[in-house]
Design a protein around this ligand. Structure first.
Ligand SMILES: Nc1ncnc2c1ncn2[C@@H]1O[C@H](COP(=O)(O)OP(=O)(O)OP(=O)(O)O)[C@@H](O)[C@H]1O
Ligand code: SF4
Ligand SMILES: [Mg+2]
Length: 327
């Protein structure tokens, strides 16, 4: 088997506050192979963006990476200087931010932004050669009339097209890894899946490893190769899409799947997981899911379950479900 394009091991990020250090994410472990798509799924506040930002080396004070390793094509990123990281960003690892305005400058024409991104890594590139690359990149992400679009401004693009534009820019330098954080202005799930489908094809062709961050399991259900489910700052279950969707072993994953509307159950009431996600300042002892879990016992309340192999995937639970059980 070849080497993972991205390997994250035991990653933890904390924020310094007046009440002391708050762990936003911890024990984060996942890998993505070249050309593969990993769906990083979880509710709001579960730590998806922090995981993406930490992978990019973009955690600013009062936040910091407390421990862990992030390797791109085998090379460690944690501990590199800002100047060294800047050289890696765009060319080796690239991110599409949840807030599109972070990536796209509203006052610059699309061609100016794209040529700038190219020249950041290839200073001597001629304008003509750069324009050719930009046109190809826009066409590759399914933006119609690229010649015309290149002369426009980001606000002239619809939500879906703006996301495609951010992806085109992020992919310009053919990075080994692309992390796409779902835009805040929740796009239609159908558009999200469509964009992901196109980017997935592109990633497969270029060998880019893709991490697709979303709070909606149905966006990545049909398109990701593997899924990592986050809850309260931890990855609770990681496995192939088929394993996770058809046979979840973590009670939280099972609850999440039960709450996704399916064609078969149209009109039926969605099963909601009772209770709410814990906040960082009031994290329960032991398993963070125990206040909401039907299977919780004394061990669950006392000890954090470490991730371990269960039925071909990784599950962080003291009492993983058995095959086809329900939460
Ligand atoms: N600058 C910060 N200072 C303190 N806490 C923060 C900061 N940024 C994020 N957090 C906390 O870290 C946790 C994880 O946040 P994160 O943004 O990664 O969630 P998310 O899964 O991306 O949620 P969403 O789906 O809403 O984007 C949250 O509890 C959040 O409040
Ligand atoms: S460790 Fe216990 S509380 Fe946590 S998910 Fe598993 S069974 Fe439920
Ligand atoms: Mg987020």
């Amino acid at each position: 088997m070849s080497q993972p394009a991205l390997q994250v091991t035991n990653l933890a990020v904390s924020f310094a506050t007046r009440r002391g250090d708050l762990a936003a994410v911890r024990g984060i472990e996942f890998h993505v192979m070249p050309g593969e798509v990993l769906g990083l799924v979880g509710e709001s506040g579960s730590g998806k963006s922090i995981t993406g930002l930490a992978t990019m080396g973009l955690i600013d004070p009062p936040g910091r990476i407390v421990s862990g390793s992030v390797k791109v094509n085998g090379h460690e990123l944690v501990g590199l200087s800002e100047a060294e990281l800047r050289k890696k960003r765009g060319r080796e690892i690239s991110m599409i931010f949840q807030d599109p305005s972070t990536t796209l400058n509203p006052v610059l024409r699309v061609d100016t932004q794209m040529i700038e991104a190219l020249r950041a890594h290839e200073p001597g590139l001629s304008t003509r050669a750069a324009r050719e690359k930009c046109l190809a990149a826009l066409a590759a992400v399914g933006i119609p009339s690229p010649e015309e679009r290149l002369l426009g401004y980001p606000h002239q693009f619809s939500g879906g097209m703006r996301q495609r534009l951010a992806i085109a820019i992020a992919l310009l330098n053919r990075p080994a890894v692309l992390i796409a954080d779902e835009p805040t202005t929740a796009l239609d799930v159908t558009i999200q899946s469509q964009v992901l489908g196109e980017v997935q094809q592109l990633a497969a062709e270029t060998g880019t490893a893709l991490v697709w961050i979303t709070h909606d399991l149905s966006v990545v259900a049909g398109l990701a190769d593997r899924i990592a489910v986050m809850y309260a700052g931890r990855i609770v279950e990681t496995g192939t899409v088929t394993d996770i969707l058809s046979d979840p072993r973590h009670p939280y994953t099972a609850g999440l799947i039960a709450s996704v509307p399916s064609r078969n159950r149209r009109g039926a009431r969605l099963a909601q997981i009772a209770g709410t996600t814990p906040s960082l300042v009031a994290m329960p002892t032991g398993c963070p899911f125990h206040p909401r879990c039907d299977h919780a016992d004394a061990v669950c309340r006392a000890e954090v379950p470490p991730p371990r192999p269960v039925a071909g995937r990784t599950v962080a639970c003291h009492h993983p479900l058995t095959a086809h059980a329900t939460a």
